[in-house]
Design a protein around this ligand. Sequence first.
Ligand SMILES: [Zn+2]
Length: 298
Amino acid sequence: MPEKRTLVAIFAHPDDESYSASGTLAYYASLGVDVYIICATRGEAGKISHPSLAYRDVLGAVREEELRDACRIMGIHQPLFLGYRDSGMIGSSDNNDPLSLNMAKSSDVIGKLVGLIRQLRPDVIISYYETGPYAHPDHVSSHKYALEAFNCSGNPDMFAEQLKGSVTTFSPQRLFTVAIPTSRIEELVKAIPEDDENESRYPYQQNQEDESEEDEIHPEDVGIPDEDVTVYMDVGILYETKRQSIAAHRTQHQGEGVFSNLPENLLKDFFSQEHFFQVAPKTNPPPRYKGLFDGIWE
Ligand SMILES: [Zn+2]
């Protein structure tokens, strides 16, 4: 690696990074890349898996610490928080909280992201796929804000008040979203044993207190077409790191959470690959890379 390289991941809730990209974040950190997570909220509307771990008013602070633990496990920098409140699932009363990401003014969120991009100067950014993977309002809006910030951080006319001292415009080279190819989800759904008690038929799914009976997984709603995947990252060697970073989010699952419900070989197979789709810049034909920095320095 010829010079200092930086990777920034933009997520909305502590634990999203661990399920979707912890292998990749840990991998690049192990190569000497500066890896940061920007987390828009502290996951205040999430689950409380056991009353001994948290109560509602302190859940955000507890989840902040859980994310800090996960970052230590991945070997990346400590997280940066935008300070919004978790907006909860679609239709929940948390959507209307005036402090929520959902109620935030777009230009405020984009301005904060642009400010951080101009300071951290990442070559590559990752965030959510435009639909989720499931349509949590914070996932969908974080995708939109990450894309806007990616597009305007290099423009001196945008958020010009930030441009003083050592802060200058900066254009990252690539924006990827985390994604799972539909075929992988189909394989997983087929392989999961039928069990009515099993709350975690799909480990990416956010557990909520008001889980509906209709938890059927439709792979095409959650995944992206296989041919749209830009980068397949084989992170099998970091499986234990990924497992531990997910387990660090103790309030979000009992014990090892999804790990207690699914056969080990299935989990290992599923979590040994991470997938990314390049959102920007758009090229025709779409690029295929061996890694997120392929052609930059890899
Ligand atoms: Zn989330």
